[in-house]
Design a binder for this molecule. Structure first.
Ligand code: HEC
Length: 110
C-alpha cells in the first residue's frame, strides 16, 4: 500500500515536469511565431523606394501607371493578376515584398 502511494507520487512528479516542459514549448513556439509574423509584415516601407520600383517594373509593357488611375480595390485585382501576365511575357515577376510595396504605394497615393 505504501509502495503504491509512493510510486504514484513519483509518477505525478514526472507528469508535472512534462506539463511544464510542454507549456514552455508552447510559449516558445508562440514567441517564434510572432517574431516571424512581425518581421514578415514589416517591409521597411519607403515611399520613394516604392515609386522607383513602379517606375522600373511597370513601364516594360505600357506607359507608367500612376496611382490615381485606379481605386484600392482595382489595384488589389490588378496586382493579383499582374505576375501571371509578366510570367507569360517572360518579364521578371514581382517578389511578394515588391508586390506589397507597390500595392501600398498605389493605395496611399490614389
Ligand atoms: C509583362 C508586361 C506588363 C508589365 C510588366 C506590367 N503590365 Fe500592366 N498591363 C499589361 C497588360 C497586357 C495589360 C492589359 C491587360 C489587362 O488589363 O490585364 C495591363 C494593364 C494594366 C492596367 C489597366 C488594367 C485594368 O484592369 O484597369 C494597369 C492599371 C496596369 N497594367 C498597371 C501595372 C502596374 C502597376 C505594373 C507594375 C507592377 C504593370 N502594370 C506592369 C502588361 C504589363
Amino acid at each position: 500500500m505504501i509502495e503504491k502511494v509512493k510510486s504514484e507520487s513519483v509518477y505525478s512528479h514526472i507528469l508535472k515536469r512534462q506539463l511544464v516542459f510542454k507549456n514552455m514549448l508552447l510559449f516558445l513556439s508562440i514567441f517564434i511565431g510572432f517574431f516571424f509574423f512581425f518581421t514578415a509584415c514589416s517591409d521597411n516601407y519607403n515611399a520613394s523606394e516604392a515609386k522607383a520600383l513602379v517606375e522600373e517594373k511597370c513601364v516594360k509593357c505600357h506607359k507608367l501607371p500612376t496611382p490615381d488611375v485606379r481605386t484600392d480595390e482595382q489595384w488589389d485585382k490588378i496586382l493579383a493578376r499582374k505576375n501571371d501576365i509578366m510570367a507569360k511575357r517572360n518579364v521578371p515577376t514581382l517578389s511578394r515584398r515588391e508586390k506589397r510595396m507597390i500595392l501600398r504605394y498605389m493605395k496611399e497615393n490614389n
